[in-house]
Ligand binder design. Sequence first.
Ligand SMILES: Cc1cc2nc3c(=O)[nH]c(=O)nc-3n(C[C@H](O)[C@H](O)[C@H](O)COP(=O)(O)OP(=O)(O)OC[C@H]3O[C@@H](n4cnc5c(N)ncnc54)[C@H](O)[C@@H]3O)c2cc1C
Length: 409
Amino acid sequence: MDVVVIGAGLAGLSLAHGFQQSGARTMVVEQAPADRPQGNGLSLMPNGLTALHALGLGPQLEQLTRGHSPAGGGQRTPDGRWLYRLPARAVGSVRVVHRAELHAVLVQALVPGTVRFGVRATLVDPLTGQVQLQGPGIDDDPSGGGDEDPMVRADLVVCADGLRSRARAAIGSDPGIRYAGYGAWRGVTPAAVPGVEPSETWGRGLRFGLVPLPDNRVYWFAVRNGPPTATAQDAHREVLDLFGTWHDPIRRVVESTDAATITWSPIEELARPLTTLFRGVSVLVGDAAHAMTPNLGQGGNQGLEDAATLVRLLTRSAAGAPDRQVLAQLLARYDELRRPRTQRIARLSRQLGRIASTDQALLAIGRDALLRLTPTRAAAASIDALADWRPPDVGDGVVPPATRPTLSA
Ligand SMILES: Cc1cc2nc3c(=O)[nH]c(=O)nc-3n(C[C@H](O)[C@H](O)[C@H](O)COP(=O)(O)OP(=O)(O)OC[C@H]3O[C@@H](n4cnc5c(N)ncnc54)[C@H](O)[C@@H]3O)c2cc1C
C-alpha cells in the first residue's frame, strides 16, 4: 500500500512509523523546514503512551524520558497554597517531553528520507487519493529547476495537517476555527531548576503551569484571558507584569528563560465537531480531525490514539495492494471509533477551560473551595478515566461495515 501523509507533526510522524512497521510504503510531506524551532514541552498521558507503544515507538520513548514521570503534582493559589496535591503514584504513568526532542526522535525512527521537508501538499481528490506537491525539486517549483511530477497518487492519503488543515474542507465541511478567549505563553528554562513540583496555579482569568522535564529543566505555560494576540514586544515584561508576584519559582523560571524562545499561542479549537473523518481514500487525523483546547493535555495524545487506531485497523492491508471496498469499511470503522471519543474529550476540555479561566470573583472562590474539598482519589480518577484506552482488536483485519451518517460533501 502506498501512503502519503500530509504533515510531520506528532500525529503524522507516529502514524508513518506504524505504517512502515506494517510494510506500507510511506511518504510524509511537511511544508516547514527540518530545523524549525519547537521550544516547549508536551505531556504524554497514559493513553498516548499506550498508543506510542502500539505504534512500535516504546524504545524511542524510553530513550527520551528515561522512565521519568512527574513527582506528584497539584493545584495551587497564586500565593502558593495548595488546593490539592496528588501523590507521585497518581501521575506515575505520565511522561513529559521536550517537543523538539520528541520530534527529532520520531523523524529518526523512520526510514531515512521518509519526510520531505519544505514540501507543501494539496489534497486534489479525496476519492482517488491524488495529491499535488510543491517544493524544491518538483516540476513547478517557482524558484526554478526540478523535474519531479508534482502529482502523486496514493492508496491512502492521511491528512495530519493540523489545526489549520486545508484538507479538512476537501474531506467534509470545514466549520473553521474558534478562539477560546485565552492564549498562552510557553517556555522552557535553559538549565535545570531543581526541586520544582509540577503544579497549575489558577487566579482570575490567569493560570500558570510548571512542569519539570526529565532533566529538571522546567517547561512552563502562562495563560491569560483577552485578545488573541500578545501585545508587548518583550515577552518577559508581559508575563512578569501578570504573574511576577505569584508564588515561587514562577518569577525565577520566567526570568531565566531566554525571551526569544518564549512563544505565544492563541488557544483555538474547531468551531464545531466534524460530521465525518474520511472521504474516499483520504482520512483526517490529529488536530486536523479534532483540534481542541489544551486544558486536559489531550490534543496530541488523541492524535496518537488516531494514529494507533488507523494503523491497527489497516495493518493487514498495509503490506499489499488494498481492496477498495475493504479500505472503505475500515475507514468507516476508524470514523466510528474516533469521532465520538475525540469530540467528547474536546467538549470536556472546553468546559474545564471555562471553569479554570473564570475572571468572576465569586465563581473563582467557589471553584477553589470545591478543589480544596476534592479528595485526592477523585482527582486521580479523572486522569484514569481518559487513560483507559486500548487500540482496537481487529481480529483478521476485516470488520463489518459500520453504520455512519452519510457524507456531508
Ligand atoms: C498551549 C498548548 C499546550 C498544549 N499541551 C499539550 C499537552 O501537554 N499534551 C498534548 O497531548 N497536547 C497538547 N497540546 C495540543 C498539541 O500541541 C496538538 O494537539 C498537537 O501538536 C497536534 O499535532 P498534529 O500532528 O495533529 O498537528 P501539528 O503538530 O500542527 O502538525 C501539523 C503539521 O502539518 C504541516 N502542514 C500543514 N499543512 C501542510 C501542507 N499543506 N503540506 C505539508 N505540510 C503541512 C504543518 O507545518 C505541521 O508541521 C497543546 C497545545 C497548546 C496550544
